[in-house]
Design a protein around this ligand. Structure first.
Ligand SMILES: Cc1cc2nc3c(=O)[nH]c(=O)nc-3n(C[C@H](O)[C@H](O)[C@H](O)COP(=O)(O)OP(=O)(O)OC[C@H]3O[C@@H](n4cnc5c(N)ncnc54)[C@H](O)[C@@H]3O)c2cc1C
Length: 411
């Protein structure tokens, strides 16, 4: 058995970023992936903060070549009210655009580019067991599609297995999230009426009912991703299978009905639920967890791929230092750093579902400076502590909502 430097579990964005950066640092890396690519996964609206990571991993050009739909902002719609956030108008100096991507193609582009650089990637190969040793090295058991089993010896493991949660499951590290369980019903549709709607270069988030919202994410090929997110009890009141529920939800809203009632499905509506979860720790002797394995909050502000890429970028740089025998303070440099960003988004998620952010978004005459600061959070710049809506996130949002309330009563 030849010992490699780093085994990466999972070939989603988190796995590809980790593999690309560790390979760039000169380490012997290998990726194992359970599925055959291209494979479907939800999570199609990226945030500008991802672009910095793609650039660092030398993957930006490969993605540019795919002609994905450019995304310049996020628009929130409630009945006739609109709040448009353009990333070019933000507080933080950073990327002002990103993409909306069918993930099957995006993820395949990333991992194929990494593989073309000489990183071996085994598809349809599932990690079933891991044994760690005192020196932090490990032996991982992988079950291949043809029924054969392989043992891979590595100096370090990056677990980027997303919803597979390989290390948390094998070592009982899963911890329930404090967020409410929610459900999504979503589909890809042929968006034949897109030209009559607003331009496609942003995600549109429609407030549908209390604690229920819809994403509209147009792709460059004329297909659009549409998804309803709400409490399970709310969505279950609509009878029938997922397709019937989806159609009823579309029919009950004028804006959606005009655009999507005749739309042909590319795939019939699917559901996902109870996705919020976390783990006891983000790292351990011989491993680090990245991407969705660490913590996934909620789809509302499209933070998933941003956290997946940023966590893997940071993890890769720290793993490289550790393997070069330099000291790494994983708690401070990894867990606490990531947690600061996750906590910012957690505040925004909580304040979205309790109605605070809607008050802010739809305020009359919003303060342009504050709007820029909130826009930076929506662009994924959640570590910029010069931004009061990052630094003091929870209190700042509540304060602002009180001010908006006061102004609307006294104007
Ligand atoms: C309803 C919903 C909507 C969302 N919308 C958005 C959005 O608009 N924008 C956004 O940024 N995020 C969104 N997300 C979040 C997004 O899906 C994830 O954050 C993102 O896919 C995480 O990437 P990842 O690389 O960590 O994991 P993944 O992309 O899930 O990749 C993990 C890979 O690991 C593989 N794997 C699993 N188990 C094993 C095993 N045992 N052995 C080998 N390989 C294994 C899997 O097959 C998979 O390919 C949404 C999530 C939900 C639930």
């Amino acid at each position: 058995m030849n010992k490699i430097d780093v085994l990466v579990i999972g070939a989603g964005p988190a796995g590809s970023i980790a593999a690309a950066l560790l390979h760039k640092e000169g380490f012997v890396v290998r990726v194992v992936e359970k599925e055959k690519f291209p494979r479907f996964v939800i999570g199609e609206s990226l945030l500008p903060r991802c672009m910095e990571v793609l650039e660092d991993a030398d993957l930006l050009e490969a993605v540019k070549g795919m002609g994905f739909q450019e995304k310049f902002g996020a628009k929130f719609v409630r009945n006739h009210q609109k709040a448009d956030y353009n990333f070019s108008d933000q507080h933080t100096q950073g990327w002002t655009w990103t993409w909306q991507v069918p993930r099957a193609k995006f993820d395949e582009t990333l991992i194929n580019t990494v593989a073309a650089r000489g990183v071996p990637v085994s598809f349809q190969s599932t990690v079933t067991a891991i044994k760690f040793f005192e020196d932090a090295s490990s032996v991982t058991t992988v079950q291949h599609q043809d029924g054969t089993e392989e043992k891979i010896e590595a100096r370090f493991i990056v677990d980027a297995s997303g919803y597979g949660r390989v290390i948390p499951k094998l070592f009982n590290l899963d911890k329930p999230s404090t967020l409410t369980d929610r459900k999504a019903i979503f589909a890809h549709v042929k968006d034949i009426h897109r030209s009559k709607s607003d331009e496609p270069n942003r995600i549109t988030i429609v407030s549908y009912a209390p604690e229920t919202w819809v994403w509209i994410i147009p792709f460059s090929d004329g297909i659009t991703s549409v998804g309803f997110v709400g409490k399970r009890e709310y969505l279950q009141q609509f009878s029938g299978n997922s397709k019937e529920q989806f159609n009823t939800l579309i029919a009950n809203n004028n804006l959606l009905q005009e655009r999507f009632s005749e739309a042909e499905f590319v795939f019939e509506p699917r559901t996902l639920e109870a996705w919020s979860t976390t783990t006891e720790k983000f790292y351990g002797q011989g491993f680090v967890l990245t991407g969705n394995v660490t913590e996934f909050l909620d789809p509302i502000f499209s933070s998933g791929v941003m956290f997946a890429t940023v966590s893997s970028q940071l993890a890769a740089h720290l793993v490289a230092r550790q393997l070069k025998k330099q000291s790494v303070d994983w708690q401070t440099e990894y867990t606490q750093y990531l947690q600061r960003g996750v906590d910012v988004f957690r505040s925004y998620v909580v304040n979205w579902y309790d109605g605070t952010l809607e008050k802010i978004f739809y305020a009359e005459n919003p303060d342009p400076e504050i709007k820029k600061q909130i826009c930076s959070v929506l662009a994924g710049y959640v570590w910029d502590e010069t931004n009061p809506y990052v630094f003091d996130h929870a209190a700042a949002l509540k304060r602002l909502a009180r001010m908006v309330n006061y102004q609307s009563k006294h104007s």
